[in-house]
Structures are given as C-alpha cells and as structure tokens.
Design a protein around this ligand. Structure first.
Ligand SMILES: [Cu+2]
Length: 499
C-alpha cells in the first residue's frame, strides 16, 4: 500500500442543494483500490468509503438501495432525527439479494446541522418470508420487516402452532461495515453557525475505517472458516487513504468532520502539539465550545472540530493513541493516521470560538422526568454472546421494556455495564444528554447519540445516566452497543414510543 499521497475528501453522492435529492446506492462485491492495493470487499459506489451524502434541513431525500450482494442488507442513517416508521430509518426493513428498496427521508426543518453517517444495519443474512410487507409503494421492490412481529406484543404467525424458541441468529452488520458499507452523511453546514469570519473556512471530512486484509487480498469476513478479530492487527485508513498528507497554510483555520465509520475499533485521536476546538458532537452543535488535546471516538462517534495551523511552516501527525477498552476488550497500538503539512503563505489568523454554538439543544437538567428505566449490558465469559437485561436480542423479540415511552416526555435511563470492556451505547432517532458517568455528574455541553459505558471494576458495574426527550416520531427506537460484533451477537433492543 502507498502512504503519503495528498489528502482527499470522500466523493460526494450529490452536491445539489435541491429540495428533492435522489441517490442510488448499489451495494455490491467490489475490488476497490485501497491506497494503491487492489482489495476485495463490498461497496455502495465502488470505493471503500461510501460517498458522502449531503442533505439540507427541511429537504426530502430519496435514496434507492440496490442489493447486489448475496445476503440481505439495508440502511441505517445514524444520528438522523427522522421517522423510524415507513420506509425511512427503520432497521427492520430488509432488502433481499437481487432486490431494491427506495428510502424516503423527510429531514425536519430544525434538524441539527452537523456530521452523521450511514451504514448497513442488516440484522440477519436473510429476509423473512414474503408477505410481511410494511410499505405499499414499492413497485418491484421486494422488502419486508426482518421480523414478522410488531414488537408491540402478540405474534402474527400464520400457522397458529406455538413454535419452540427460535435459535439465536447473529446479525451481519460487522461483516458489511468491515467490507466497506459505510460513509459520511452531512446535514446542512455547521460553518454557517460560526462567527462571520469563520463561515467560509475550508471544511474536510475525515472518515476513519480500518481494513483487515487476508492473504488472498480480501477484507476479512465472518464465514464458516474465518472470523473477524477486532483486536487483530489492522490497517487504519483515513478516507481509504494510508497516512495521507493534508496541507494547511500557517495560521489557517479549518473545520474537520471526524467520523469513526468502522465496525468495531476505537480511535483516540491526537494531533501532535495541537488542540481540537470542538464545535459539534454526534451531529449536534455544542452548548459550550471546548478544546481537547485528544478525542475518543468509539465506533459510530463523530466530532466537528476547528483546527488552526501553527504560525510557521512545519508538520504534525494526526494519530490514534494506544488505547485499551478494558481487560475483556481490545488493545490498540499508537498509529499514525495523517500528516498535517503546514506550508505556503501565512493566512490571517481568525478569532477563536467560545461559548454556545447557535441552535445547541437546551439543557435537560431541570426537566420533569416522566419515567426512569434501567438497562444492564453484559456478556458471556468467552466474549461471544452479548445481552441487554439478560437477553440476547432476536428480531422476533419485543422491547426490553414492558411499557412504552410517551411523546412529549423526558425519561432518565441508567445504563449499567457488568462486563470487562467498554460498550459504546447508541440510541436511534433521538439524541440524549449524559447526566453522569460512574456517579460523577457531567456538566452539560451537548446532546449526543453515542456514549461509552465504562466496564465493571472491583465488582462495581460501570454506570451512565442519560436523559432522552421524546419530542416527536412515534415508533420503534433501536438501541445497542455500537461495536458491531456485540450488536450482531445480541447487545441490542428497542423502545416503543407512542403518542
Ligand atoms: Cu459492546
């Protein structure tokens, strides 16, 4: 593989600002170019990093997913606040091999502007039987929910015979994201929220994905004869590039949209000698701008950061620091990711940014709590099976909770982790506010959709308290660990949200 080429942003799926956008994503086995090496994997458009989808708040987006894989697939629009019902952001939708499905997303006018991503959320390798259609406008599109159950109680089985408990069937998310099926999705342009002088700075999208490549030149997959080991050596890539060189002028300020779009592994980013100025987290503008010398990005995490080059020509490495996510988890070595090269004519230094970024969500600290809930994340000693409240998720299951959430209310959830590794908890459809971590109150800075839940130590489970405002969109909100291997093997459930 070839390192040191000039940095390139991922290709855009569509740069049109039109109110109706149609994008076709063709999922297929692909031999792509990965930093100068030909590698077999899967892609939506031919490259390891899927095209960046750009959408405007208030727009209607049409995305046609064509499945040329040999297994079922689908799409999840991670972090988007759009309907989880209909052919929108519902991971129970399933596109069988050889079929297609047209997703229609209505992006709310007041949708936060920031960085999101999209990826396969296939909860199995096959779709359920035909006849379980959930949408009626599919033309020749063959699709159906991956489950025949509504999740609201009661079965819809046709035979009437009570079946023995179904055997657990793992999902296929780890395979499909690892192979290449993920990319960035940007809503609006959060530069417009910055002080006037910063609204025209250069913005870059940095999509972090790693590739484990086998001796035959294919990305490692879970098959009958092989399996992905997330702790095994891997090649860390930025936009599919190996240690690219990103150029800035002395004193220049840029916005970097950092996205961990990989399946399993964490990044702990540091730009040597620099600090990141965080203006957005998980696609949401922050209520209090902060600076950080390093940022932890579990799978699925995003940060929008300002970086200001030093006053003199020079260089610095963007690296992921050595990191362990727990005694039962993985350890990753310190690895260089990207070379910042500062050269050329000195730019005018722009003012710094502080305080609240406009449109930041309100603090939920004083909210009336309608319901408190508990979730326990656990795993088997061998680290192969994963549970929420003692249960491995199956598509035919109902919610982990006996009672639904009501629209217009705020809930407080306490998430415990009784295992020996961090689990990054992710909620679909709605972001949340982190109130405390291991009992330590967290000052409010922003809403987010991923929070690493610490592992158990000295017999004391890790504990995170979050608050969720169920403002709109009734339906099924999935939640799960975003280490794809854990989600695939059971650490997932959902809450029903009702009017
Ligand atoms: Cu996990």
């Amino acid at each position: 593989m070839v390192a040191g080429r000039p940095f390139q942003d991922p290709a855009d799926a569509d740069t049109s600002a039109a109110q109706r956008i149609t994008i076709t994503l063709d999922a297929h086995r692909t031999r792509f170019d990965l930093a100068g090496r030909k590698v077999w994997g899967q892609s939506y458009n031919g490259s390891f990093v899927a095209p960046t989808i750009r959408v405007a708040p208030g727009s209607a987006v049409t995305i046609r997913l064509v499945n040329h894989l040999t297994v079922a697939t689908n799409l999840h629009f991670h972090g988007l606040h759009v309907a989880p019902t209909g052919v929108s952001d519902d991971p129970f939708l399933c596109v069988a091999p050889g079929k297609s499905l047209t997703y229609r997303l209505a992006i709310p006018k007041d949708h936060p502007q920031g960085t999101f991503w999209y990826h396969s959320h296939a909860m199995g390798t096959t779709c359920p039987k035909p006849g379980q259609m959930v949408a009626d406008d599919m033309d020749d599109d063959m699709s159906g929910p991956m489950s025949g159950m509504s999740g609201m109680g009661g079965t819809t089985g046709t035979g009437g015979t009570s079946a023995s408990p179904a055997a657990f069937m793992p999902g296929d998310v780890e395979n499909q994201i690892s192979a290449g099926l993920s990319g960035a999705l940007i809503v609006g342009d959060d530069r417009t929220l910055l002080p006037q002088k910063l609204r025209h700075i250069t913005a870059h999208t940095l999509v972090f994905k790693d590739a484990q490549i086998d001796a035959g030149g294919s990305i490692v997959q879970n098959t009958g004869s092989s399996s992905i080991d997330s702790g095994a050596p891997t090649v860390r890539l930025v936009n599919g590039q190996l240690r690219p060189v990103l150029s800035m002028r002395p004193n220049e300020t840029q916005l970097w949209r950092l996205t961990n779009a990989g399946a399993d592994i964490f990044y702990r980013l540091q730009l040597d000698g620099y600090r990141f100025t965080v203006v957005g987290e998980d696609g949401t503008p922050v209520a209090k701008v902060r600076t950080a010398s390093s940022l932890l990005l579990p799978p699925g995490k995003r940060y929008d950061v300002l970086v200001t080059a030093g006053p003199r020509p020079g260089g610095a490495w963007l690296r992921t620091l050595a990191y362990s996510n727990g005694p039962q988890g993985d350890s990753y070595p310190d690895t260089q990711l990207l070379r910042l090269d500062v050269h050329g004519a000195r730019a005018t230094r722009l003012p710094g940014v502080s305080g609240r970024v406009p449109t930041a969500a309100p603090d939920l600290a004083g909210a009336k709590i309608a319901q408190k809930r508990k979730l326990v994340l656990s795993e088997s000693a061998d680290g192969d099976s994963f549970y929420i409240n003692g249960k491995q998720f199956m598509m035919s299951d109902g919610s982990a909770f006996a009672t639904p959430a009501k629209l217009g209310t705020v809930e407080e959830w306490t998430i415990y982790n009784t295992s020996g590794e961090i689990h990054p908890f992710h909620l679909h459809t709605s972001d949340f506010q982190v109130m405390s971590v291991n009992g330590v109150p967290q000052p409010y800075t922003n809403r987010q959709d991923i929070i690493p839940v610490p592992y158990e130590q000295n017999g004391k489970p890790g504990e995170v308290v979050i608050r969720i405002a169920f403002d709109d969109f009734p339906g099924r909100y999935m939640f799960h660990c975003h280490i794809a291997a854990h989600e695939d093997n059971g650490m997932m459930s959902f809450i029903d949200v009702v009017r």
